[in-house]
Design a protein around this ligand. Structure first.
Ligand SMILES: Cc1cc2nc3c(=O)[nH]c(=O)nc-3n(C[C@H](O)[C@H](O)[C@H](O)COP(=O)(O)OP(=O)(O)OC[C@H]3O[C@@H](n4cnc5c(N)ncnc54)[C@H](O)[C@@H]3O)c2cc1C
Length: 159
């Protein structure tokens, strides 16, 4: 087979397998050009053009995405809030499993004083859910919040 034929074969197989993967994936699986394809990051230097960006809705979807990436020998990155400035939640030409869209939720068990946090949850969501139950969380991620002492002030009163 000619080199051109081999490349064509490779490209065709690759896109076929992505279509097959999409059929079993319950969330949204995208390639560049799709409306929901998003590689935006907090820091511009951390933006990389991934081949695929997928948005799982549950653990099974995450497993399927990892299997697909392994089978296709793709570089794999996981994205939660996308605040890492090193680009560790981005991939050039690989697959990004973006948890932030559909796995961004917290369940609070007030009896046991426990929070069950999904893998794509950001501190903002967690904090809001905790407040709904009269709880708060300790997170030192915001210079602004530290300066204003708002979080510590709230904790002094509400514990
Ligand atoms: C303005 C600003 C202030 C900051 N302040 C602080 C600070 O005070 N203290 C501090 O410690 N850090 C601070 N950071 C750093 C920031 O907390 C880290 O970059 C952190 O990784 C951001 O979390 P994220 O969810 O956005 O991660 P992402 O950027 O989405 O991912 C970072 C890494 O974690 C991995 N990852 C993400 N989610 C999962 C998951 N569910 N399972 C497995 N791996 C996962 C990714 O693959 C990647 O390798 C700050 C960053 C910014 C931009």
């Amino acid at each position: 087979m000619s080199t051109f034929g081999k490349i064509l074969n490779y490209l065709t197989n690759s896109s076929n397998s992505f279509e097959q993967f999409k059929e079993t994936f319950k969330g949204v699986a995208t390639i560049e050009g799709d409306p929901e394809y998003d590689v935006g990051r907090w820091a511009e230097n951390a933006v990389r053009k991934a081949k695929y960006v997928v948005y799982p809705i549950d653990n099974e979807d995450v497993s399927k995405a990892i299997l697909f990436a392994t089978q296709e020998n793709l570089d794999l990155a996981v994205k939660c809030g996308g605040h890492s400035t090193s680009g560790s939640s981005s991939s050039t030409g690989g697959m990004v499993i973006d948890l932030s869209r559909d796995l961004n939720d917290v369940t609070i068990d007030t009896d046991k004083n426990l929070a069950f946090v999904k893998g794509g949850t950001t501190v903002g969501t967690w904090k809001a859910k905790a407040f709904e139950h009269g709880k708060t969380i300790i997170s030192l991620s915001g210079y602004f919040e530290l300066r204003c002492c708002y979080r510590f002030g709230w904790m002094l009163w509400h514990g």
